[in-house]
Design a protein around this ligand. Structure first.
Ligand code: GLN
Length: 544
């Protein structure tokens, strides 16, 4: 039989842009699509392109920009990468995120090295070429790359990115590229309806740049009438079957199911000419089921600096939810301002702490609030309330124990004072300087767990790898003293001879780790430190 030559299996690209307003949850939408496409058996990868000028997102204020997410290879990246990892099986790297600052820096360095042979260096083609080069690098080992452009269409900063992805379709063939535009449909009370005009204008803006969205996803706070799809289809020049909705959900983990029900994943594969079977989404369904049918509540006290609690613990918050979902419980997080605990014990903060079934002190920088955190840890230790200390939360647990059990009255961290017994100290080469980038221990490090310990039981493994982001370490000089009083060193980094996990002998569940396990927790495979902490807290029934 005379068959046409088999077409080469081309690599495919999806570019996701946002319109009308920022904070639409583009990262979440991209991650949810990736979740579904991966479950169709497609080898995916993800990329976040950030139009801001900062070269190093790690140095951006978490209160302004949300959390700094850390990858295995030690990159301090945008928090959207956290969504990407949580919704997929991907382990991302520093190649998964870049900023305008990095792009310009590279181009300027190239120019300084004479790589442009004296030509005039311009946004087009030099900046756009560098953006396209980075997209190709990110797509190296996958069959489908989902690339999200940060910011909103119409921003001055986004323009080179939009131009780059426009050119990209010409480079790799338009049949291999799909443009998805996420827009907001605002509800106008007086008219009693959702409005499409801002979305139309955003698409118009895209089209003036030569980009024609293949798929539109509408964000709204309520159900969208079929007539709205028709209107958008007409004005934005695409079939109404290519317009979808993403209405507000009470849990972000319901978004993939909501997309799947509308057939977005099927439409995308159809448009890209990728033929796959139906996706296996049983794990996604199970998560939704557990969210919708909690057996009871579990109250977790999270003790931190007030401003940090609100903005900068995205992964932590999610990881706690994963633990609760796994145990089919509803998480009730109690955000407790550490400084309030330093005052009298009649305060509402103390009431909240006493009503918590489990207490967690997360990572943090700086001295403010630390004495309050130490009070919370002392309470958890003496009242046998399940305790989970992460990074700073582990260091403070060590200080609390040294002060109150091992009689090292002036125990402290070198981060807070040059005086006293430094149970926690700077490692050689890791200097002072707040959370500014540079000298931190960053990224994945190996940890050996001692058999017979809680940590070993929790992980069910001797060797683990976890992500770090800190400067100070446990001072080995004090270890024997603390061990003699009932502290257990259950995890160590053998190569560097550093303490990684501590626990207490005489306590139902008291564990602290120097690393950040929250970065590796996913709803479909919760981190064992979170699922076991939640389960221990559930068993601790306290008076509410
Ligand atoms: N400030 C502490 C350190 O630098 C803890 C950091 C953290 O909790 N991430 O070691």
């Amino acid at each position: 039989m005379n068959r046409p030559a088999q077409k080469k299996n081309n690599k495919k690209y999806i570019f996701i842009t946002g319109g009308v307003a920022s904070s639409l949850g583009k990262g979440l939408a991209a991650a949810s699509l990736a979740c579904l496409l991966e479950r169709r058996g497609i080898k995916i990868n993800m990329l976040k392109m950030d139009p801001y000028i900062n070269v190093d997102p790690g140095t951006m204020s978490p209160t302004q920009h949300g959390e700094v997410f850390v990858t295995d290879d030690g990159a301090e990246t945008d928090l959207d990468l956290g969504h990407y990892e949580r919704f997929t099986s991907l382990t991302l790297s520093r190649k998964s995120n870049f900023t305008t600052g990095q792009v310009y820096l590279q181009v300027i360095e190239n120019e300084r090295e004479g790589k442009y042979l004296g030509k005039t260096v311009q946004v087009v083609p030099h900046i756009t070429n560098e953006i396209k080069r980075r997209i190709l690098v990110a797509a190296k080992d996958c069959d489908l790359l989902l690339g999200e452009i940060g910011g909103t269409v119409g921003d001055i900063e986004s323009q080179p990115y939009l131009e780059a992805i426009r050119q990209f379709a010409a480079d790799v063939g338009p049949e291999n590229v799909l443009y998805i535009h996420l827009v907001l449909l605002p509800y106008i009370n007086a008219a009693g309806e959702l409005k499409t005009k801002p979305a139309q204008h955003s698409v118009k803006e895209l089209r003036s740049l030569g980009l024609f969205p293949d798929v539109i996803i509408c964000r709204s706070d309520r159900e969208i009438e079929p007539s709205i799809y028709e209107k958008l289809s007409l004005f934005c020049n695409l079939p109404k079957e290519n317009v979808f909705s993403s209405i507000d959900m009470d849990s972000i983990y319901k978004v993939p199911m909501n997309f799947h029900r509308q057939g977005i994943d099927e439409k995308i594969t159809e448009l890209l000419g990728m033929w796959t079977g139906r996706p296996d989404i049983r794990d996604v369904e199970k998560v939704v089921h557990n969210i919708e049918h909690p057996l009871r509540e579990v109250r977790i006290g999270i003790v931190g600096k007030y401003t940090e609690l609100i903005e900068s613990y995205k992964s932590l918050d999610e990881a706690l939810h994963h633990g609760a979902i796994f145990n089919q419980l509803k998480l009730v997080p109690l955000y407790i301002d550490a400084e309030e605990l330093e005052k009298d014990t009649d305060s509402p903060s103390w009431d909240a702490l006493r009503s918590a079934q489990g207490i967690l002190v997360p990572g943090g920088f700086g001295e403010r609030g630390t004495e309050g955190k130490i009070k919370a840890i002392e309470y958890a230790r003496t009242k046998k309330v399940p305790y989970f200390g992460i990074c700073l939360g582990m260091q403070l647990a060590m200080i609390e124990f040294a002060r109150h059990v091992a009689n090292v009255k002036d125990a402290n961290s070198e981060e807070f004072s040059s005086k006293g017994s430094h149970v926690i100290h700077y490692m050689a080469g890791q200097s002072e300087g707040g959370s500014k980038g540079g000298t931190m221990r960053l990224g994945a490090y190996a940890c050996h767990l001692e058999k017979g310990t809680l940590a070993h039981k929790v992980y069910g493994s001797n060797e683990i790898s976890e992500r770090h982001r800190h400067r100070l370490e446990v001072n080995n000089k004090f270890i024997e003293e603390l061990k003699n009083k009932g502290m257990v060193i259950s995890g160590v980094n053998k190569e560097m001879n550093l303490v990684e996990v501590i626990e207490l002998e005489d306590h139902p569940h008291f564990i602290g780790c120097q690393y950040h396990p929250e970065f590796k927790s996913k709803p479909f495979s919760p981190h064992p430190l979170f699922s076991t902490f939640i389960s221990a807290s559930d068993k601790n029934q306290v008076q509410k």
